[in-house]
Design a protein around this ligand. Structure first.
Ligand SMILES: [Ca+2]
Length: 61
C-alpha cells in the first residue's frame, strides 16, 4: 500500500531531521555555539549561558 510507504517516509524524515551534533531534544544552544542549556532554563530570569544569550531580549522578547 502506498499509504504504508508514506507513513514510513514521514517517520524516516522525522528521525533524520533531528539535531545530531550533541544537541539533546530538551536543550537550547547558547549563541556562543559551544554551550547548551536545558530548555527549561531559557528565559527563566537567570543567566545560564556564559554569554547570557539565554536571557537575551532577542531570544526572550
Ligand atoms: Ca536562563
Amino acid at each position: 500500500m502506498n499509504m504504508e510507504l508514506l507513513v514510513l517516509g514521514l517517520i524516516l524524515s522525522f528521525v533524520a531531521g533531528q539535531p545530531s551534533e550533541g544537541t539533546e531534544p530538551n536543550t537550547w544552544p547558547c549563541s556562543d555555539g559551544v554551550n547548551s542549556i536545558n530548555i527549561d532554563f531559557l528565559c527563566d530570569g537567570r543567566n545560564d549561558c556564559p554569554d547570557l544569550s539565554d536571557e537575551d531580549e532577542f531570544n526572550c522578547g
